[in-house]
Ligand binder design. Structure first.
Ligand code: PLP
Length: 383
């Protein structure tokens, strides 16, 4: 596999990023070589071929999430899509109200964007989560007021894999005539997800989380019931219906489309595979005294296991395991920060338990042999 060719340790950090699927790479390569046209060049064949490839990718993305093609815009990833969604709603709807609701366990891209808008005059409510990592629907309902223009709740958490009750959330938000933005970065490609059934109005996804390329993603923007209007972050050539100016990253977009096409067919089999690996890991480690799973075990992605090794230091353990396998303390974006995880803190873990927690996130290329090796190393270190 990819890991072995590069002679790197076993990779069990697939929520940070995933390896590129060979089939995705093969689809991208022609667009990095001969087929180099600009998708906005509408006077010649080079441009038409590029545009056609982008159109196909837009169909593939829309198909995976149950959207219309006209509801997809391409971005550089989820961070950008989150910024366009939240700042875009604020800009258009701020005269209607200045209140935004989000959750304490959201990704930094959402939290920091909300904090930025707070400086511009927005009022932000940060919902709590319980020990399982789930929001309280009654607290959400009570928090929505006439001035609430946006509710931002993630689909699945990157550190714990905990899945929020998305359909119930969207019902509550719509009953109160507000807009529902969902960061589905960790869910798309890993779980069956349909924007129509789940009633999501705005949603982001990112190629590198499900075997596509890095630096490319998409924003879903509902066009009817309700029609959501955004104002752009970037101004320029008017690409992507004027919402994201800038020459399109054709190879990346083609790769994202292919990753979506593959996920639509294979994601269920992948889930069966990764849930067996995770089940094996958790089952084997249960005889370690004071080992706990962080977050709901019922409402959780199939691939993620956030484990608290009480009394241990995660930094020290990860250091010892590094030669054999790669795992992390949580979010790749904040793992350089010497702070305890705010996600685990919000779930009520003590500072000590936050520093003792490690995220294992499996992917479709992991094997039973790999997880057995990892379990062996963990047991040797701890028992
Ligand atoms: N949201 C969540 C839940 C994530 O896990 C990530 C990536 O770690 C992001 C947003 C940011 O995604 P991107 O890397 O595409 O900017």
């Amino acid at each position: 596999m990819q890991n072995k060719q590069m002679d790197l340790p076993i990779y069990i950090d697939n929520n940070a990023t995933t390896p590129l699927d060979e089939r995705v790479l093969a689809t991208m390569l022609p667009f990095l070589k001969g087929t180099f046209g600009n998708a906005a060049s509408n006077t010649h064949q080079h441009g038409w071929v590029a545009k056609q490839a982008v159109d196909t990718a837009r169909k593939q993305v829309a198909h995976l999430i149950g959207a219309e093609e006209s509801e997809i815009i391409f971005t550089s990833g989820s961070t950008e899509a989150i910024n366009i969604a939240i700042k875009g709603v604020w800009d258009v709807y701020k005269n209607k109200g200045n209140h935004i609701i989000t959750v304490k366990t959201e990704h930094k891209a959402v939290i920091d964007t909300c904090e930025y808008l707070q400086q511009k005059g927005a009022e932000i409510t940060y919902l709590d989560v319980d020990a399982a990592g789930l929001i309280d629907l009654q607290q959400l309902e009570n928090a929505i007021i006439d001035k609430t223009i946006l509710v931002a709740v993630m689909y699945a958490n990157n550190e714990t894999g905990v899945i929020q009750p998305i359909e119930e959330i969207s019902e509550i938000v719509h009953a109160k005539k507000s807009i529902f933005f969902c960061d589905a970065t960790q869910a798309v490609g890993k779980t069956m997800l349909d924007v129509s059934e789940s009633g999501i109005d705005l949603m982001c996804l990112s190629g590198h989380k499900f075997y596509g390329p890095k630096g490319v993603g998409a924003l879903y923007i509902r066009r009817k019931n309700p029609r959501v209007t955004l104002s752009p972050l970037f101004h320029g050539g008017g690409h992507e219906r004027g919402l994201r100016s800038g020459t399109l990253n054709v190879p990346g977009i083609v790769g994202l489309g292919k990753a979506c096409e593959i996920a639509a067919v294979e994601q269920w089999d992948n889930n069966v595979h990764v849930s067996k690996l995770r089940g094996y890991l958790e089952h084997q480690l249960l005889d370690i005294p004071s080992l706990r799973i962080n977050g709901s075990t019922k409402h959780r992605l199939y691939n993620t296991s956030s484990l608290c090794f009480s009394g241990q230091s995660s930094a020290k353990l990860i250091g010892e395991w590094n030669p054999y396998f790669s795992v992390s303390t949580g979010s790749a974006c904040s793992s350089a920060l010497a702070k305890p995880s705010y996600v685990l803190e919000a779930m009520g873990l003590s500072e000590e338990d936050c520093y003792a927690s490690i995220r294992f996130s499996f992917g479709k290329y992991n094997t039973q042999e790999e997880v057995e090796k990892a379990v062996d190393v963990i047991k040797k270190t701890l028992l």
